[in-house]
Design a protein around this ligand. Structure first.
Ligand code: ATP
Ligand code: MG
Length: 168
């Protein structure tokens, strides 16, 4: 948590360096492939070459890891998850990190609140451990890097989080 101090004031931007997201995504995949495997889930990760982003490697790792952690946590054993990194042709200057699962999904009532601190869907609290802070941190890290995050979800079908980050 110490690393997040000062994030609101944008102080951390001063320490920004070129970050190779291909490496960061590979590192997240390496850790979470094992977690998914323990839950008998198939974890697929795909990356294409992308230009560096200007940022904080540790914070970006944590942000991507938090979304992947949710994908595994809120998805039943036996299903499939994916983590993708690409530079889409239609939005040059940005790279996209997409995390998809085939899990329980998020209701329309919960969707507007999931990035709020301590917010947890009623279906999560009591059944699955968590503090409701993960996505609040993800959003702060993404915004700090000049990016944005969106979510598309259907109950009992699955969820896709899309993170857009400007590249150098
Ligand atoms: P923490 O990440 O702090 O351990 P958490 O996972 O409950 O706790 P967030 O990561 O902020 O908190 O997520 C907020 C809520 O959004 C979750 O409690 C869950 O209800 C919902 N949610 C997030 N990701 C998914 C997902 N991939 N599928 C279904 N629900 C999700
Ligand atoms: Mg979480």
């Amino acid at each position: 948590m110490r690393k997040l101090a000062g994030i609101d004031r944008g102080q951390r931007r001063r320490g920004f360096k070129p970050v190779d997201l291909v490496r960061v995504v590979a590192d997240v995949a390496e850790v979470y492939e094992a977690v998914a495997e323990a839950k008998h889930q198939t974890f697929v990760s795909r990356t294409t070459a992308v230009p560096d982003v200007n940022g904080d490697r540790d914070l970006l790792f944590r942000a991507i890891a938090n979304v992947v952690d949710n994908a595994i946590k809120y998805t039943a054993a036996g299903s499939r998850l994916s983590l993708e990194l690409a530079v889409p042709r239609e939005c040059e200057g940005n790279c996209v990190i997409r995390i998809s699962d085939e899990g329980r999904g998020i209701s329309a009532a919960d969707l507007p609140h999931i990035f709020d601190r301590f917010y947890r869907a009623a279906t999560s609290s009591g059944t699955i451990d968590g503090s409701g802070l993960g996505l609040a941190i993800v959003k702060r890290v993404v915004v700090l890097h000049g990016g944005h995050i969106s979510v598309d979800s259907e109950e009992n079908r699955g969820t896709t989080f899309t993170i857009n980050l400007p590249v150098r």
